[in-house]
Design a protein around this ligand. Sequence first.
Ligand code: TRP
Ligand code: SF4
Length: 327
Amino acid sequence: MTKKRVLSGIQPTGKLHLGNLMGAVDNWVKLQDQYDCYFFIADLHALTTAYDDIAGLREATSQVLIDLLAAGLNPEKCVIFRQSDLPEHAELHLLLSMITPLSWLERVPTYKNKIEELAGKDLHTYGFLGYPLLQAADILIYKADFVPVGQDQLPHIELTREIARRFNSFYANVLPEPQSLLTQFPVLPGTDGRKMSKSYNNTIALADAPDVIMKKVSIMVTDPARMKKDDPGHPKVCSAYEFYKIFSLRQKELVAQECQQGKRGCVACKKELGKAIVDYLAPRQARRLELEKQPEKLKEIIVRGNERARLVASKTLQEAKQAMGLL
Ligand code: TRP
Ligand code: SF4
């Protein structure tokens, strides 16, 4: 029996943080044992917004590769590659653009949201509008069965399916419709209570030193109504508690109970949480240090991953060109 294929990508916007790990990459690490997995660094996608910071992009791309490996992706078990090294993605993107109605792209919710979120940045570009179509090409070119993504990406998978259907009905049955594998975790809050995100500057990074982590956790937003340690607390509104829920650290029920009964002080509670995060990251950080010393090995991993990805991508591209009468 052949394994089903999984594909996912991550934008190199900086070093990976706990939100990326818990929300995506830890799941990828599990999937690599069960599926035929392709994971890539979506540097072209990053260019759609970071087109004016190419030095930052270059650095972030190598940091993300180190982080992915440190998090446990194993190049013996999955294919790890860099999007821009596979021009096949760009070529399929162009072919798909011929049959993509502008209105389909304009109505994708991330389009307007991101423009509002990054208000200082001019995103009225051709490339940015095409962001989800490039993502569709990424997915369809591997004929992926499953795409593990978070909630915010579901409209992109839906668009991918619509594009595949349209292509298949116009030309020939070449592009199978993928399914999303929704990642279970709720969105991890950052130290300020908003979603953990590089653009909010509220992350805990895989590469943060233990004292930095302890400091960041100590300033996390907790129940604002709590003045004294023995006031009854409300874990529901506390960012630190969101972490307890996700880590399932000690019994989260116990933490909630003690908090609600006013038997647990926030300072101690967060110290315990900080230590648990430091412990969780420790083996990953050790691997990170090792990898940083081996730039040749990193290069080899990407070159090899690119080659393996190309075997699949070039085949699908040929089929698509054939279907469109280009061969
Ligand atoms: N848009 C995705 C994100 O920001 C990254 C991405 C690019 C992706 N291409 C993909 C994810 C293909 C899954 C499949 O998270
Ligand atoms: Fe949050 Fe812990 Fe304080 Fe309760 S005791 S409000 S769970 S930090």
